[in-house]
Design a protein around this ligand. Structure first.
Ligand code: UDP
Length: 308
């Protein structure tokens, strides 16, 4: 079998770097494209010495010029933390629209399989719980989160248009809250925030009442799901996440316990349009990918804490 070559945009980010390592370990040749706005070379430091791994510093919003065959284009580049997309709303819209267009164009040119890294945010503040892929969502297009949600919804629409019009083999992963080592300590998302605060004896900042829920998936489980989806024959969107649902307050208490921290909990205003609940229905991933997350929150948090 000839070696498969994968292009991964955002390959130096949190999810992208974990998936790149996995692919290189499995024998794939990986071309990582990243503009390093939120990604970091530190995340791929160990891979840079490997002949199978090539790093290209490039913004995916610009035309991607790459010689040679490509078997897979994995479009992972994105500003994924609410804090980042609130600071860079236009960049967020561009990477989801122009960036996705360029990545799809590359896949079409190379006759490669294309995978979009989409998000549970396509469901917005969901009125259906848990969320199945058939749910169309409840998104405020003109609110502060609209730049992220709508860019990913547009990216999904463009991906399906390429599938229908150009017969491109596409995959859409709808990724729910994921955490683990290599997240930036000051990323702004709840898990790295709470862990950094607890380890530095700073108060844990709970937004709103802390009764809002999220379902947290450990990175190794997500990477397994992404890999299975990439290799599958499935073209419809697939939820990837851990269905175990927790309130933000439960998470704060668990982090305090696992870090033995004396930090207090303080309440801060709930950001505008913050979804009140979120839990993936993963029946499709179970059935079609035979995938199930295995790492319980407590175990994943312990590993993340020790890496921080
Ligand atoms: N959150 C919080 N404190 C923080 C950061 C986040 O209470 O320091 C809350 C946030 O309001 C949301 C949940 O934690 O309800 C998850 O936020 P995150 O930014 O991790 O991701 P989201 O799921 O909102 O995209």
């Amino acid at each position: 079998m000839p070696e498969k070559r994968v292009v991964i945009t955002g390959g130096a980010g949190f999810i992208g770097s974990h998936l790149s390592s996995r692919l290189v370990t499995l024998g794939y040749r990986v071309v990582c494209i990243d503009n390093l706005i939120t990604g970091s070379l530190n995340n791929v430091r160990g891979l840079l010495k490997n002949k199978k791994f090539v790093f290209m510093k490039q913004d995916v919003c610009n035309y991607i010029d790459l010689a040679g065959k490509v078997d897979y284009v994995l479009h992972c580049a994105s500003l994924a933390s609410p804090e980042d997309y609130l600071h860079f709303p236009i960049k967020t819209l561009k990477v989801g629209s122009l960036g996705t267009h360029n990545a799809l164009g590359l896949a079409k040119e190379k006759k490669a399989v294309f995978m979009l890294f989409s998000t549970s945010e396509v469901y917005g503040d969901p009125l259906v719980h848990p969320q199945k892929e058939s749910y169309w969502g409840n998104v405020n297009p003109v609110g502060i989160r609209g730049c992220y949600d709508e860019s990913k919804r547009f990216a999904e629409a463009l991906t399906m248009a390429y599938h229908r019009a150009h017969k491109l083999d596409v995959k859409i992963a709808r990724i729910f809250n994921t955490y683990g080592p290599k997240m930036r300590p000051h990323d702004g998302r709840v898990v790295p925030n709470f862990i950094s605060q607890a380890l530095n004896n700073k108060p844990l900042t709970v937004y709103g009442t802390g009764k809002q829920t999220r379902s947290f998936c450990y990175i190794s489980d997500l990477v397994e799901g992404l890999y299975r989806l990439m290799k599958s024959a499935v073209n419809a969107p697939v939820n990837l996440g851990n269905p175990a649902e927790f309130t933000v307050m439960q998470l704060a208490k668990m982090v305090l316990e696992l870090t033995n921290s004396k930090s207090k909990i303080v309440f801060k205003p709930l950001p505008e349009d913050d979804p009140r609940q979120r839990q993936p229905d993963i029946s499709r991933a179970k059935k079609l990918l035979k995938w199930l997350p295995k790492v319980p929150l407590e175990e994943g948090l312990k590993k993340t804490i020790s890496s921080f």
